[in-house]
Write a protein that binds this ligand. Sequence first.
Ligand code: NDP
Length: 254
Amino acid sequence: MTGRLSGKSAVVTGGAQGIGLAICRRLAEAGAHVVAGDLRSPQDGNLAWKPLDVTDEDSVTGFIEAVAAEQGGIDILVNNAGIMFERSLAGQSANDWDRMMAVNLRGPFLMARHVVEQMAARGGGAIVNIGSLEGIACNPGHTAYAASKAGVHGLTVALAVDLGPVGIRCNAVAPGWIDTDLNRVYVESHPDRDLVMAELGRLHPVGHVGDPLDVADVVVWLASEESRFVTGQVITIDGGRHARLSLPSIMNRA
Ligand code: NDP
């Protein structure tokens, strides 16, 4: 296949579903050879897949070595795997906190740490981390999630600084509300899903929540040569939700 990522070898963590699956599809459409790494096989049976637990260093090194041996190297890493839970501070154990950090922050660190050698051997590469709008502002009960995603944003900047000299760019995207299983528990806590989605849409200047492909298209750009002078950036993808300030609802303009 020809395309702007033709001949590139890409790996996407958490690529079995949701945003990760959309990223895999868009990278493949752009011509890359894509391997998803996830705890279980993808919803799309046509996608190349290998088991991966991003919290486990042996799993990470085994995954990277296997892909590099098959593809001759790795040019693009998308750190997408992530978890989210809503818990009050008092209702949250140290183990809960550690689990969030292990998947959302240790995972991207381990993947970057072990992929660098592969990328440098090919003269460079691109790392794209999936951060979150909640690394910038957050909903109640999200102490661990928000902290982990702010950490991802900081890791992104630090990797860009350290890896620029070996030709590796590192950027992040900060998605707002994207309709995936990650948000399912919240949406289904109300009996009328359509009403919840409509109300969520009203929070966005564009009038609706995001789709996984809205994130994937920006990730492909960050992975491609078209963004060759962009590194150390966190790009918000939220339909303008964060740009709009709240006003008192009694003023009828909120
Ligand atoms: P999903 O829950 O739909 O997908 C996450 C994927 O990551 C799942 O396939 C999951 O596997 C996998 N995963 C979880 N833990 C691990 C692990 N230890 N090793 C490997 N894979 C793992 O979520 P989304 O697609 O919505 O989220 C993708 C990313 O986008 C996450 O980092 C999330 O924080 C971020 N994000 C999402 C937003 C949203 O509104 N949806 C907004 C902002 C950011 P399994 O299902 O088996 O656990």
